[in-house]
Design a protein around this ligand. Structure first.
Ligand code: 26W
Length: 797
């Protein structure tokens, strides 16, 4: 037996103290929840000193700060994240187990903080962790939604959304700051008073801060994630209530309650909802007021603001921060408009995350004029300011046109740097959405390829792999991920390959146990785990995957004597509640799974599983277990992808198109270690112009015909053969995402996958080389790129 380390003794004492004095429980009556609270508080205690030190140093050294504004942060769980960065994971486990509590159960008891939809929100979380690890003085601003992303359940194979209530239980990581409150106004009117413009809002709420310390690797630095919640400004109106006007009496409370009530579950489709506009302004205004208050506590001259403040806006959702800054500088601090605009330009950077036209925010001038009358004026003046500087600008570059405010153009014009999130995406930005603005400002667009934090996505999610890496190349990779290249020298070593295989096998066994225990699904860990996990969206082409899965099933039934490669097809992801086509794809996957999994002819060879409610915690389980990573979006449509990075880093091979960061992943892991297929972005565009492209492709692809016929005949919807006729009709006649045109190439690539899989040693070499060559995709590298090319900040450590 090994001695319990002293760190664990101390933790044990802290846990017991919090159990008693914070939870008010004695050991005999403590529930798992109580123990989780006690451990969380004990860990949080240890974050406070480094947090204070970092804050004090930033003030003392008058350092430039980065402010990251995002309407989404997909944080997930924090216990292991915090424990690992403090170097206390093993001590925590030892302390908890010594107290007679099941560690795994305690960790699983923590709800996911799901304050985001998908890639954009998770990226913000990875970047917060990397900034803390690198010692960049930074603060993340966001919204403390009472209900995060909905919980997904399946009823008869169909997605049903149920509310997510992460705040039902106490959230132990945050510190409430009722003293940090700002008034946020809406509506009303604008008047001139003695040369000054005065906006008198019709209603207002307070934004109240809730701070979470984000601790970096080895506890060397900590930053703040500040989430705002809305509170009513006027106390409940007793006079009105007594007069019988109950609704009016509660109006201010209602407004406050609704603003930060729920995260919009739309991922990449934009809907001009008035409440969403209020949310966006609420975040923008509270954050900018906070930033200016902090700046003014140690500075006087706003002209130096860009030397001390960099504000990054995560897509256009927080873009109202730019006119809000101008408004405060002009209306409250008396600056001239052009000076304020110049300061704005020095401060802001804008990251674009999508090229899809339906995702680009465009508010009607009527909506903005109503809700934010003063901002409407300022936006028009910014447009005019830009036009004065670029007199020959084409109409496409205007912010306001056809009674709409184009938020992309606003964000672009307000920022000194605009970035895309992968090289291909950045190049396409220059050629498409921002072509004309790029011509006017050729220095403005830069690329920062996305990354993921190796602390969460290797150290936490895959401790087995982390151990093997450290054993093989030593420590240090956690903060210098390019060191993974040191693994390459070991790929020819059979013992290393066996160890790598054992790690993967353990990850798969863990998933198999979890699928059995939580979802009643049995899968064979010896089979190939073929994984597609991401939001359900037509452009991501889960439809292509399930059609080819049905094709494979039909082939297996044709030729039962062949030695087929056993596969488990794993799907995970949510559809936006109003996205009918995506919901049909979910239903088809579940329907196909039911039929295929019940077929004795393919038993033990093909299995389709779709565990509901894919989220960060589920991703942490699946990434280490995947053999094959499906990154099969229509080329030109996935801005970057970050799941592709997590999977390859954990030793999955990618089957993918030349899209988003796939392009750079393939370059780095080597074309021979990546299963490429499909039309390029250029070819896809040309193909789409060909009339009847889907029909032509279907006619040339007999297997696809069979698959579509099986679906149309009701093989997967026996009680209702017409169920998928709408889906099939769209595929034949409006196949915008080129599922039919890429089908044959995809199936051919899957054949190559099988060939590689059958040579176990070859597969293992390829998988290990993927891990070894993925170092570039650390979010630390992304943050360094931002520091150099966008923010002009230096790390404090
Ligand atoms: C307003 C509706 C709306 C909501 C969210 C429009 C667009 C979005 C996001 C931009 C969608 C998103 O999450 N984009 C993803 O961002 C990731 C991080 O950069 C990329 O890796 C993904 O490719 C991109 O789809």
């Amino acid at each position: 037996m090994t001695a319990t380390p002293p760190a664990s003794d101390r933790l044990q004492r802290d846990i017991l103290r919090h159990l008693k004095y914070t939870q008010g429980k004695d050991r005999a009556h403590a529930t798992l929840y109580d123990w989780r609270m006690a451990l969380s508080f004990a860990l949080r205690d240890q974050v406070v000193d480094p947090w204070f030190t970092a804050t004090r140093r930033t003030y003392d050294e008058d350092r430039k700060r980065v402010y990251y504004l995002s309407v989404e942060y997909l944080i997930g769980r924090l216990i292991e994240d915090v424990a690992i960065n403090l170097g206390l994971r093993e001590a925590s486990r030892a302390a908890i187990e010594a107290l007679g509590v099941d560690w795994e159960a305690l960790v699983e008891n923590e709800p996911d903080a799901a304050l985001g939809n998908g890639g954009l929100g998770r990226l913000a979380a990875c970047y917060m962790e990397s900034m803390a690890t690198l010692g960049v003085p930074a603060m993340g601003y966001g919204i403390r939604y009472e209900n995060g992303l909905f919980r997904q359940i399946f009823r008869s194979g169909q997605q049903v959304e149920t509310p997510e209530d992460w705040l039902q239980e106490f959230h132990p990581w945050e510190f409430d700051r009722p003293e940090a409150a700002y008034e946020i106004g809406f509506g009303g009117n604008v008047a001139e008073h003695g040369g000054r413009t005065v906006w008198t809002p019709a209603e207002s709420v307070y934004a109240v801060a809730h701070d979470t310390a984000i601790i970096g690797w080895q506890g060397r630095w900590a930053n703040t994630l500040r989430l705002w919640s809305a509170r009513p400004t006027t106390r409940f109106d007793l006079a009105r209530f007594n007069a019988g006007d109950f609704a009016a009496a509660q109006a201010p409370e209602m407004l406050a309650r609704t603003i930060t009530r729920v995260l919009y579950p739309d991922d990449s489709t934009w809907a001009g909802k008035d409440l969403r506009l209020k949310q966006e302004y609420f975040l923008a205004s509270a954050s900018i007021q906070d930033i200016l208050r902090r700046y003014l506590s140690t500075h006087e001259d706003f002209r130096a603001l860009p030397e001390k403040v960099a504000v990054q806006i995560n897509d256009t959702h927080p873009a109202l921060a730019a006119p809000e800054l101008v408004r405060l500088l002009v209306d409250q601090h008396g600056l001239a408009f052009d000076d304020a605009a110049e300061i704005m330009l020095g401060v802001f950077g804008y990251t674009n995350h999508t090229l899809m036209p339906e995702a680009l925010e465009r508010w009607s001038t009527w909506a903005i004029g109503n809700t934010l009358p003063r901002h409407m004026q300022i936006i028009e003046r910014l447009d005019d300011w830009h036009a004065r500087r670029k007199p020959a600008r084409p109409p496409s570059t205007a912010i306001v046109a056809h009674d709409e405010v184009r938020m992309g153009n606003l964000a672009f014009i307000a920022s000194h740097r605009v970035n895309g999130v992968a090289r291909l995406h950045t190049e396409l930005m220059k050629k498409t959405v921002f072509a004309d603005l790029h011509a006017l400002h050729p220095e403005r667009i830069v690329n920062v390829t996305n990354g993921v934090t190796p602390r969460r996505w290797i150290a936490q999610a895959n401790p087995g792999l982390a151990g093997l890496i450290t054993e093989t190349i030593g420590e240090g990779w956690q903060t210098d991920l390019e060191r993974l290249a040191g693994l390459e020298a070991h790929v020819e070593d059979a013992a290393f390959r066996d160890a790598f295989a054992a790690v993967k096998r353990a990850g798969k066994e863990r998933v198999a146990q979890w699928l059995a225990a939580e979802h009643g699904l049995s899968v064979d860990p010896a089979a190939m785990f073929d994984v597609q996990v991401k939001r359900i969206h037509e452009y991501k082409r889960q439809l292509l995957n399930i059609l080819a899965t049905i094709g494979l099933w039909l082939r297996m039934r044709d030729d039962p004597g062949r030695d087929w490669v056993p596969r488990v097809k794993i799907f995970g992801g949510k559809a936006a509640p109003g996205y009918h086509a995506a919901k049909e794809i979910i239903r088809l996957i579940n329907d196909a799974a039911a039929v295929i999994n019940a077929d004795p002819a393919t038993k033990g060879r093909l299995k389709v599983v779709f565990p509901p409610n894919y989220n960060v915690s589920m991703a942490e389980k699946l990434m280490p277990a995947a053999d094959l990573s499906e990154q099969i979006s229509t080329a030109g449509m996935e801005a970057s992808g970050t799941g592709n990075m997590k999977l390859a880093l954990n030793g999955a091979l990618t089957i993918g198109t030349l899209d988003g960061a796939n392009v750079e992943i393939r370059e780095r892991v080597g074309a021979e270690n990546f299963f490429l297929f499909g039309l390029t972005a250029e070819e896809a565009e040309a193909r789409r112009r060909l009339p009847d492209h889907a029909r032509l492709a279907i006619e040339e692809t007999p297997e696809l015909q069979r698959v579509l016929k099986a679906i149309g005949d009701g093989v997967f919807s026996p009680g209702e053969p017409h169920r998928y006729h709408g889906l099939l009709d769209r595929l034949w006649n409006h196949d915008h995402f080129l599922v039919a045109s890429d089908y044959a190439a995809y199936v051919a690539a899957q054949d190559k996958v099988e060939e590689a899989w059958q040579d176990r040693d070859r597969w293992l070499r390829m998988a290990a080389l993927n891990t070894a060559r993925m170092g570039y995709f650390s979010s630390d590298r992304s943050i360094r790129d931002y520091m150099r090319d966008v923010w002009a900040v230096e790390p404090a450590i």
